[in-house]
Design a protein around this ligand. Structure first.
Ligand code: MN
Length: 295
């Protein structure tokens, strides 16, 4: 069956020094499989000393996926990891119960920075487990006859990323030079986010700043770039658990989120310390603590 693309608009936000187009979560579209957050960041000019510049902050209940298409960024975390990521490489942090990290300038790269930051919600079985960090510099690629696909998470077109995943999810970078029939798992829901160029997905236009959602039951999508295009394809089995998400935390209840916030604010041992020159980010007050604000 072919897709009927459901297009939603991204929300412009600011992360560190960069402007981002937030494709997930949006009102009416909270998740795609276990994917619960997707920022398209940049392109933005950075210097060797001023870049993304997101100071130490905590996460729980999720995996952070950093995927660049231009530039370099430095990851530091409270496990002691210090890792530069470049285009075609994956930085993957599995938070389990809790970890903190920063995103910084590399001291060596100056130029444009562009990429995507994504989160994958962890299932019940591992969301309170141990934190880990992985860097993958060699990811499988497939020539789709019209697109070069790089599989950074999960399995696609016969190849499998070495990255840890705890649920049925897929994440693919499509570098399109011509029309491509993209095979999809019919038991997955999917979304396409255009980073560069513009495409038609089964005849429906999709541009940067939009997310095109394809529900379950679809096994192929025809993606036609107008010229060249760079597109992220994410997907997964619809996430069976109801999540609560606020600031940098993914949990199941507001009480769990408040407990995570309390741990960060009181600097107990849960999230640890990051050896970063940047200032630590303070957690804001949850919106449900005041009646004046809405989600
Ligand atoms: Mn983060």
């Amino acid at each position: 069956m072919r897709s009927t693309l459901d297009v939603s608009e991204s929300h412009v936000a600011r992360v560190g020094r960069l402007s981002v187009r937030r494709a997930l979560p949006r009102r009416g579209r909270r998740m795609v499989g276990a994917w619960c957050f997707l920022d398209h960041m940049g392109p933005s000019a950075v210097t060797r000393t001023a870049s993304l510049d997101v100071g130490p902050h905590p996460h729980c209940g999720l995996q952070t996926v950093t995927w660049l298409i231009e530039g370099e960024a430095l990851h530091r975390d409270s496990l002691g990891s210090e890792q530069v990521v470049s285009p075609g490489e994956l930085n993957l942090m599995t938070t389990g119960h809790g970890v903190a990290h920063s995103e910084e300038a590399t001291d060596q790269y100056a130029g444009d920075l562009e990429g995507a930051q994504l989160w994958i919600a962890l299932p019940e079985a591992t969301r309170d487990g141990a934190a880990t960090f992985e860097h993958h510099g060699d990811l499988p690629g497939v020539d789709l006859n019209g697109a070069e696909a790089t599989v950074f998470v999960g399995a696609f077109a016969g190849v499998t990323s070495p990255a840890r995943v705890d649920s049925d999810v897929v994440g693919v970078d499509l570098d399109l030079r011509g029309s491509t029939d993209v095979a999809l798992r019919a038991d997955f829901e999917h979304a396409l986010v255009v980073l560069r160029g513009r495409v038609l997905v089964d005849g429906v236009a999709l541009t940067p700043g939009q997310l095109g959602f394809i529900g379950v039951g679809v096994d192929e999508a025809r993606v036609e770039p107008l010229a060249g295009a760079r597109v992220l394809l994410i997907g997964g089995r619809p996430f069976a658990e109801e999540i609560a998400m606020w600031w940098n935390f993914v949990a199941r209840t507001r009480e769990e989120i408040e407990a995570a916030r309390e741990s960060w604010t009181t600097r107990d041992a849960r999230f640890g310390d990051v050896a970063s020159p940047l200032p630590r980010l303070d957690a804001p007050a949850p919106y449900w603590w005041t009646s004046a604000r809405s989600a």
